[in-house]
Design a protein around this ligand. Structure first.
Ligand code: FAD
Length: 386
């Protein structure tokens, strides 16, 4: 379709990527975010090859490579440091045709904002929309109104538009664990170079992965009630207690992290839901499929959404609602399956059924590395860009 005006609510990974893709298609695009300063939640993110391929197709291959860490292997160790499994990622990269890039979120956001050729309108909280026969109007808390051919609601896991699309509220569900994450300078004492280093035990997990600029993105997961009232000055003591007796690199990590720049997040997911679209309004990214981080796929699914949605708008010519329906029908099965798989993985890792987690620890010891990379490849190759 020619000459569309697209209104995007939310300047996260999903909204910005959709904005870039739709601008490249020649459409008029306005992006709005409620915050006064864009600040990503969390420190790092691993973009697996399916997400990177979307960025490649948008001409951002060199930019993502420049900020990404070189991750050539994964190691799993027990909490005391016994090597459980060592997985070479090069066969995976050969198989799927693109390496994954762990990145600092701030770098990714800066890259996406720079790639969007327009202004991101900050301090604009969208509170409602009105649809009419030939278009739709977004209404903002500050009194601003703007009309276009469609709205993309990329407003995150707590989307306020989801209820209107579904005609009922669907709330995020707690995944059973708290995740601390941040960045530390890379150091061989913490983790071997170019390796994603993971420690598991007691239903907890400690992880370090390389990102650009000689830093490591770390996260530490602990199953706990979902309260979120701890403050940064207690993080180190909390973590020392939860990871008491764990291997020396984990102790070093807790000693070195900067609590003031460490995020502490109660992990939630949302869905699967049955509808992503109503009329001229489409949910995109976490608004449609909030995903546990345990597969590293939530952001990648938002990238895939952006690619698929922009392609249906460009390639089909019946009507905007028709293109959105095609987007929904292609994305629903894929993204909902990833939500379910990530939830299953979160439960396996974090001891929802302790027997299942014990069996997983055993499996890690015995599993051929090719089985691990095959499972990752299957998820990657299920996306729209093979
Ligand atoms: P968001 O990033 O949540 O952006 C939504 C935006 O909408 C925000 O900027 C918000 O301010 C704005 N907004 C909300 N309401 C309004 C409103 N009413 N009006 C205007 N603006 C509004 N994914 C991966 O692919 N790999 C990983 O390794 C990975 N690790 C993760 C680790 C953690 C700890 C977590 C929590 C998630 C992880 N994810 C990962 C998932 C990934 O972060 C999300 O899937 C992704 O950020 C979703 O992007 P989004 O654009 O849909 O939503």
């Amino acid at each position: 379709m020619n000459h569309l005006k697209v209104i995007i609510i939310g300047a996260g990974i999903g909204g910005l990527t959709a904005g870039i893709a739709l601008k490249q298609a020649g459409y008029e695009v306005e992006i709005y975010d409620r915050v006064a300063t864009l600040r990503p939640v969390g420190a790092g993110i691993s973009l697996w090859s399916n997400g990177v391929k979307v960025l490649n197709r948008l001409g951002l291959g060199a930019e993502i490579a420049a900020i990404g860490g070189e991750m050539n292997a994964m190691t799993y160790r027990s909490k005391t440091g016994e090597l459980l499994n060592q997985i070479d990622l090069m066969p995976l990269i050969d198989r799927v045709g693109q390496r994954p890039y762990p990145v600092a979120r701030r770098d990714l956001q800066t890259m996406l904002v720079a790639a969007f050729p327009g202004e991101v309108h900050l301090d604009h909280k969208c509170i409602d929309f009105e649809e009419y026969e030939t278009g739709v109007t977004a209404i903002f808390e500050n009194g601003h109104r703007t009309s276009g051919d469609l709205i993309i609601a990329a407003d995150g896991i707590r989307s306020q538009f989801r209820k209107q699309i579904l005609d009922e509220p669907v709330e995020p569900k707690y995944a059973g664990y708290i995740n601390w994450n941040g960045l530390v300078p890379a150091d061989e004492q913490l983790a071997p170079k170019n390796t994603w280093s993971i420690y598991v035990g007691e239903h907890k997990r400690a992880s370090l992965m390389p990102v650009g600029d000689s830093r490591c993105y770390f996260f530490l997961d602990v199953p706990l009630p979902p309260d979120n009232c701890a403050t940064p000055d207690s993080y180190r003591a909390e973590l020392k207690e939860h990871f008491r007796g764990w291997d020396e690199p984990v102790q070093q990590l807790i000693d070195r992290l900067n609590p003031a720049e460490t995020a502490r997040i109660a992990i939630h997911d949302m869905g699967p839901i049955d509808r992503y679209v109503k009329g001229r309004v489409a949910l995109l990214g976490d608004a449609a499929h909030g995903t546990c981080p345990d597969l590293g796929q939530g952001g990648c699914q938002a990238l895939e959404d952006a690619w698929v949605l922009s392609n249906y708008l460009i390639a089909t010519n019946i009507s905007v609602p028709d293109a959105l329906k095609r987007y929904e029908s292609e994305r629903k099965e894929r993204a909902n399956a990833v939500v379910a798989k990530a939830r299953q993985r979160a439960e396996q890792i974090h001891g929802r059924d302790p027997d299942v987690t014990q069996a997983w620890y055993q499996q890690l010891k015995n599993e051929p590395p090719e089985d691990v990379t095959s499972a990752i490849a299957k998820t990657i190759l299920g996306g729209p860009l093979r």
